[in-house]
Design a protein around this ligand. Structure first.
Ligand code: FAD
Length: 590
């Protein structure tokens, strides 16, 4: 397995050239595509390009290997991911949230955020991808043309408890022979599962049941799907970089290697053929690629590297002493995420996550069960069902604010239903039910920190949460809808009432707004900071074929190229973008 921890271990004999000189060492890969990184999209591109045995590929990943990292394997340990596997970013003070500085999570490990995320599998809606196609002028990004890439990514897998899932999903809209496992939940929570479904039967007009939320129209209430197989997390690292692929002789992966810049082939050229990186933030190395450099560093890492390289807004770059190589003002702009508010109710049932999250002995027994049989409550992520809601078209907000959704069938709001507390720090001991609410939202930015421009330090991350009147309007509706759902008759003997902080929020519109601004967090569903646009557009960072505009040798394949956030969680769209991106690269070199 060719995962190297130290640059000195790279088996240079297998390369065409190795040049060491100047302040940097040079590793030259003959006939190579240099790729970084090994994140969600990076894993896909790596896998697909190394299918061609005559192409040598090097992956540079800032984080460590995912091998044997238990919390990145056992699904319900998702909330125990150690700090070393996260970038531990924080946001700039959020003016829409009383200037709070919020933790911002990104995976810092092989597999990137797919190794640390909550594994929820949602593709978004048909309208999301059709909007991508319209805005780029490339029908290849439309829902119909992207569906084969979703299928190529996906290996539909039986859930850990082996139940058939009949009536909980539509097999016809899934890929069964792809790479990354997707399944229904593998541990039932009958007390709440039955009430959720009963509510859709009792109130079908208000709460329609959707057989499969990944079929293109996701509005309604449906069963959760997640990137889990055989009771364990299926990440880009475990699937696309799984044993049969990572052992390909034309693939080398260097972990603990943080990239600072991409470099031009010669001064004044707009051809990029080299990458500068370091393993200790001091000694710099350069690796060159004879074909392409592919940036897959994610919606924060990718614009950060571009800006460090002098690719960005000329005026801003020069104000902090970085000479502009390529004036591309959109780099880092249009960075958008979804705000999330977690809402918790007291439940009368003992059949909740608290039966083991608040009981160490039970939790240890569950871990033993998981270890021995890959069954039990730890085989799933949080949430059992999702609800997608579209605001009424006559909502007052649309009198003053343009509808940010992708189209008439796309939702504005997500409720994620969970048999347990959404936010442990607001709850005492007991049993709970929670609804975690996310909304589609306009964006913020990634910029360099003028007071600390060291390329190895974090950029300024501003998701601009709740800075638009739409965000606050939609989140209020989301919380009120959650309360309405749990007030349906099916819940009468189950929901006792909201926990204190939520009860206080529900007394008035002003209290609800204050609660939202005080308790929300970013979803970590960031996109848009290296957006694709039409070839002729005077904005955007990449063309519809994901090449950096006005440059050669440099492509971006990750969540940052999506010009708008999809109406759902972002990993499935990122996987599909990466599958298509791989085909675009392959086609250029065919
Ligand atoms: C905590 C969390 C929970 C989430 N939950 C869900 C969920 O349940 N469902 C869902 O669909 N989505 C979820 N997401 C979002 C989803 O995981 C991401 O949208 C997706 O993984 C992004 O993929 P990417 O390839 O763009 O970036 P990433 O997967 O983040 O990959 C980027 C990679 O680049 C590396 N990197 C960055 N900068 C550098 C550099 N300078 N040099 C070298 N390497 C670098 C990183 O270490 C990382 O490995 C979640 C994300 C997080 C963080």
């Amino acid at each position: 397995v060719q995962v190297y921890e130290d640059v000195s271990q790279l088996p240079t004999l297998s390369y065409d050239f190795v040049v060491v000189g100047g302040r940097a060492s040079h590793l030259c890969l003959g006939s190579a595509l240099t790729l970084f990184t090994g994140g969600t999209a990076g894993g896909v591109v790596t896998n697909r390009l190394t299918e061609n045995p005559s192409w040598s590929v090097l992956v540079l990943e800032a984080g460590p290997s995912n091998a044997d990292v238990l919390e990145a394997i056992v699904p319900l340990l998702v909330f125990d991911i150690s700090a070393e596997y996260s970038w531990n970013y924080s946001t700039t003070p959020q003016s829409g949230m009383n200037d709070a500085v919020l933790a911002y999570s990104r995976g810092h490990i092989l597999g990137g955020s797919s190794s640390t995320n909550a594994m929820i599998y949602t593709r978004g809606s048909r309208d999301d991808f059709d909007r991508f196609a319209n805005i780029t002028g490339d029908s290849g990004w439309s829902w119909d043309n992207m569906l084969p890439y979703f299928f190529k990514n996906e290996k539909w897998t039986a859930p850990a408890d082996g139940h058939s899932g009949a009536g909980e999903f539509d097999p016809a809209v899934h890929g069964h022979n792809g790479v990354n496992s997707v399944s229904l939940s593998g541990y039932p929570w009958p007390a709440s599962d039955t009430r959720i479904i009963q509510t859709t039967k009792d109130l079908p007009n208000e709460w329609a049941f959707v057989l499969d939320m990944n079929a293109g129209v996701n509005l309604g209430v449906g069963w959760l799907q997640s990137t889990i197989g055989d009771g364990g997390r299926s990440s880009s690292a475990t699937s696309y970089l799984g044993p049969q692929y990572i052992s390909r002789p034309n693939l080398h992966i260097l972990v603990n290697a943080q990239v600072s810049r991409v470099l031009q082939s010669t001064e004044n050229s707009l051809h990029f053929n080299a990458v500068e990186f370091s393993q200790d933030q001091t000694t710099l190395y350069t690796v060159t690629a004879s074909k392409e450099i592919v940036l897959s560093a994610g919606a924060i890492g990718t614009p950060h590297i571009l800006l460090n390289s002098g690719i960005g807004n000329k005026t801003t770059l020069e104000s902090i002493g970085i000479s502009t190589v390529l004036d591309l003002p959109s780099v880092g702009q249009n960075f958008s995420d979804q705000p999330v508010t977690s809402n918790t109710w007291f439940a009368s049932s003992n059949d909740t996550l608290e039966s083991f999250t608040q009981n160490t002995t039970a939790f240890e027994e569950d871990l033993v069960q998981w270890n021995e049989t890959r069954t039990g409550p730890l085989v799933d992520t949080v949430a059992t069902h999702l609800v997608y809601i579209r605001l009424e078209s006559n909502s007052t907000i649309f009198e003053s604010f343009e509808d940010p959704s992708a189209g008439p069938q796309a939702p504005h709001i997500e409720l994620s239903l969970n048999p347990g507390a959404g936010k442990l720090d607001v709850t005492p001991a007991g049993h709970f039910f929670s609804s975690t609410n996310a909304i589609v939202s306009p964006g913020g930015s990634i910029t360099l920190n003028a007071s600390d421009p060291n390329p190895f330090n974090a950029p300024l991350i501003d998701p601009a949460l709740f800075t638009s009147e739409f965000d606050i309007f939609a989140m209020k509706i989301a919380i009120l809808k959650s309360e309405e759902f749990l007030s349906a008759s099916a819940w009468k003997d189950y929901i006792i009432g909201p926990v204190d902080v939520l009860a206080a929020a529900l007394v008035s519109d002003a209290a609800l707004e204050a609660y939202i601004r005080n308790t929300s967090i970013p979803a970590s569903h960031c996109v848009g900071s290296a957006a694709m646009s039409a070839k002729s557009a005077n904005w955007g960072v990449v063309d519809p074929d994901l090449r950096v505009k006005n440059a050669t040798g440099l492509r971006i394949v990750d969540a940052s190229v999506m010009p708008f956030g999809p109406s759902g969680h972002t990993q499935a769209p990122t996987y599909a973008v990466a599958e298509r991106g791989s085909d675009l690269i392959k086609a250029s070199w065919a």
